[in-house]
Design a protein around this ligand. Structure first.
Ligand SMILES: Cc1ncc(COP(=O)(O)O)c(C=O)c1O
Length: 357
């Protein structure tokens, strides 16, 4: 029998295991920062109607450029953006992969400030881009000075900034984004997957797009829009960036079903986004309550919270799972991450934590 080790796989893939959080059938799943609320019935009905309209035309390829969807995404983002400033794909992971295919690749480098979203280095592996793990400071913060010094030292072709940052939860100070944009020679990608959950007064890098043609802001419908299963992520940038990405995208990469479902979801944006406030309430409750347990808890602008410090976070993860609560061990020694779910889910999580501690 042939095993993976026998195949002439690329050297940099040898010994790797596929990325992915455990998908376990437990009562309380708080490990992948999904939105715990199912789609409201009227929205689900609107999606079903939109999908049934396209079913008869599945004999044809979809709109290669997803123009109508990109128009709707631009309207949602505002900031004077048009369809030509946006691009969509199967999740923001695919958008970022396309950016690396266009602007990274063999002989090029991408830099990110760790700990951050672990898919950024993995997308680099897949695209043959060399990854540079720059550092955050104590308490995972990042000052403009520290960020600029590391960009200057490594002079990367791409910089990934993540705001709010996964897994720490805190948004970047706007000065950091501005300082990196001034210093960086190459593309600057600001991953704003969790932007809708940010605390009041947190600006978006979308504000900076008119002045910076090498800035790309990536967003997703997987989190605030409760559309993780639909797989739609998107970017906002100068139209020339969109043209560059179109050079590497597969033809017809976004199915007609996905495009129609995403447009129907966007038409019901207020109904879908109505869960955001309830999720933020649970997030703030987790932060406050875990602190009363004597734990260290990072400030969060996202729909999740990083908490610690444990001598053995894997043992705490296991003990929570034994109580029917699945959280995430992100591989950061001493820390665990929990998604802000419904109030009933957070009741269960906090009760389990009390027992475990
Ligand atoms: C920071 C960050 N960016 C991007 C994504 C990917 O989202 P998707 O591919 O579902 O759009 C995630 C998912 O957890 C994330 O945490």
């Amino acid at each position: 029998m042939t095993s993976l080790g026998d195949l002439p796989i690329r050297d940099e893939l040898k010994g790797l295991t596929p990325y992915g959080a455990p998908q376990l059938a437990v009562a309380v799943r708080l490990n992948t920062n999904e939105n715990s609320y199912p789609l409201p019935e009227p929205v689900a009905a609107a999606l079903a109607g939109a999908l049934s309209d396209v079913l008869r035309n599945l004999n044809r390829y979809p709109d290669r450029d997803a123009l109508a969807l990109r128009h709707d995404l631009a309207a949602y983002l505002g900031h004077g953006l048009a369809a030509a400033n946006t691009w969509a794909a199967n999740g923001s992971n695919e958008v970022q992969q396309q950016l690396l295919q266009a602007f990274g690749g063999p002989g090029r480098t991408a830099l990110g400030f760790t700990p951050s979203y672990s898919m950024h280095p993995l997308l680099c592996v897949g695209t043959g881009t060399a990854w540079i793990a720059a550092r955050r400071g104590v308490d995972f913060d990042l000052t403009p000075g520290e960020a600029v010094a590391q960009v200057r030292e490594h002079d990367p072709d791409l910089v990934f900034l993540c705001s709010p940052n996964n897994p720490t939860g805190t948004a970047l100070a706007p000065d950091v984004v501005r300082a990196v944009l001034r210093e960086a020679r190459g593309m600057v990608i600001v991953d704003e997957a969790y932007a809708e959950f940010a605390r009041p007064g947190t600006p978006s890098a979308l504000d900076l797009l008119p002045e910076h043609h090498r800035l790309v802001v990536t967003r997703t419908m997987s989190k605030a829009f409760a559309f993780a299963g639909g797989r739609v992520g998107y970017l906002a940038a100068h139209p020339a960036v969109v043209e560059a990405v179109q050079l590497v995208r597969l033809p017809y990469h976004l199915s007609a079903l996905t495009q129609a479902a995403a447009r129907a979801a966007l038409a019901h944006a207020p109904a879908l986004l109505s869960t955001v406030d309830a999720i933020k309430t649970q997030r703030d409750r987790i932060v406050a309550e875990l602190r009363t347990f004597g734990l260290t808890v990072a400030e969060s602008d996202a729909n999740f919270v990083l908490f610690g410090r444990f001598d053995d976070q894997a043992a705490v993860w296991r003990a929570l799972l034994d109580r029917g609560v699945l959280v995430r061990d992100v591989g950061l020694a001493g820390w665990l991450r929990v998604t802000a779910g419904t109030s009933a889910e957070i009741d269960a999580f906090l009760a389990a934590m009390k027992e475990v501690l």
